[in-house]
Design a protein around this ligand. Structure first.
Ligand code: SF4
Length: 378
């Protein structure tokens, strides 16, 4: 426990608060996480098949990695060990943080407190602008930090720190599927919610298996063009759209969609309009869509930040396609972060960054005109 390891709860919370608006706070929490006893490692993975000659084929995601003994998958979080496919990051998180749920981003899914965010090293995509590349584009051996936490310890720490959800966040949780599943099952038994932040690059069967354990999903739809996905994301859009269609059919999981607008790469308004039209036709007009501002990072440092006028235009374009809730992110102080009632046009939730300043709702209704605002409101 933190207190027993010379790291008090007060110190823990103050360090989390200091980092709440920034990047991951693994450093802040590492003092106690690293001190926990070693967890199980290199567990047998799910969703793979043995092939001739000790080879294996992973079927967890559309990459379908075929590997010989000793080979790691493209995500670096799974690998063939002696002809058995294994998860290399089970119980070995690299990022641990306490976050507001708005950071995911989720604007229509309320929690009483914060979310306990967790991620391991590895990713099955290779976004050229990734902010978390130091963890996502490496395996556990090369990650700057690797801690040791069993699922039971993750849930216990979340409860102890007054979090009411676990968020599988920062890197792609698909690659630590087994760890996420085990944490999610225990979290639900403890009355916690489960939030998955994902790019949706997953095969249909595991996606359908995890969904009943989830309460909310932030879904990264990174653009609406196959060439963009191939060249800058490292995947195929068609697989992502298939996952989004499955989510749209799953009525009990709340989901919101996020698209990072990268100058000159995916920010032309024709593409934005196609994305918004497809989303409205697939998921209806009430699924929230977030456009977030690109900041130069990783392999795209040569590009400028997304101009705020581009984001504003994207919002107008998406709303013209019939989407009712279109948000702008990474633009502190911009009104595009607020929730506006689609019936009376009045602002009902005012936000600054990830903070809710004021909410003018009665339950799930606009306080001004009583229109129902779709979402999970307390
Ligand atoms: S989850 Fe990892 S190992 Fe499996 S197919 Fe995808 S990238 Fe390859």
């Amino acid at each position: 426990m933190p207190g027993q390891e010379g790291f008090t709860r007060r110190q823990f919370l103050s360090r989390c608060a200091a980092l709440a608006m920034g990047a991951c706070c693994a450093d802040a929490l590492g003092a106690w996480a690293a001190a926990l006893p070693a967890g199980p490692e290199a567990r047998r993975a799910r969703y793979w098949k043995p092939l001739a000659g000790g080879m294996t084929r992973c079927e967890l995601c559309p990459n379908g990695c075929v590997r010989p003994d000793g080979g790691d998958g493209r995500c670096r979080a799974r690998g063939n060990r002696g002809g058995v496919y294994r998860t290399l990051t089970y119980g070995r998180p690299s990022v641990i943080a306490v976050d507001p749920v708005e950071k995911c981003p989720l604007n229509h899914f309320q929690l009483r407190g914060h979310a306990f965010s967790i991620a391991t090293a590895g990713c099955n995509l290779s976004c050229q602008y990734c902010h978390n590349w130091a963890f996502s584009q490496v395996g556990p051996q090369e990650a700057p930090k690797v801690y040791s936490m069993t699922p039971r310890e993750v849930v216990a720490k979340a409860v102890e720190n007054h979090c009411d959800a676990i968020a599988y966040f920062y890197t792609e949780p698909v690659v630590f599927f087994e760890y996420m599943m085990d944490i999610a099952a225990l979290a639900r038994k403890s009355g916690l919610k489960n939030v998955m932040v994902t790019a949706g690059y997953i095969s249909p069967e595991p996606l359908r298996e995890i969904l009943p354990h989830l309460d909310a999903v932030t879904f990264g739809l990174k653009g609406f063009d196959e060439a963009y996905y191939r060249d800058y994301v490292g995947g195929e859009l068609k697989h992502v759209l298939r996952s989004a269609e499955i989510l749209a059919q799953t009525k009990r999981v709340w989901w919101e969609v996020v698209t990072l607008l990268v100058p000159s790469l995916n920010d032309d308004m024709a593409q934005v309009a196609r994305l918004a039209k497809w989303l409205r036709n697939t998921a209806g007009s009430e699924v929230p869509l977030h456009f977030t501002r690109f900041r130069p990072e990783y392999r795209l440092k040569r590009l400028p930040m997304t101009p705020s006028k581009t984001l504003t235009l994207a919002r107008e374009t998406a709303m013209a396609q019939g989407l009712k809730y279109v948000y702008l992110g990474n633009l502190p102080g911009h009104q595009g972060a607020d929730t506006v009632c689609p019936r009376c046009g009045r602002t009902i939730v005012e936000r600054l960054g990830f903070k809710v300043l004021e909410r003018r709702m009665r339950g799930n209704k606009c306080a001004h005109c009583s229109a129902v605002i779709k979402g999970v409101w307390l």
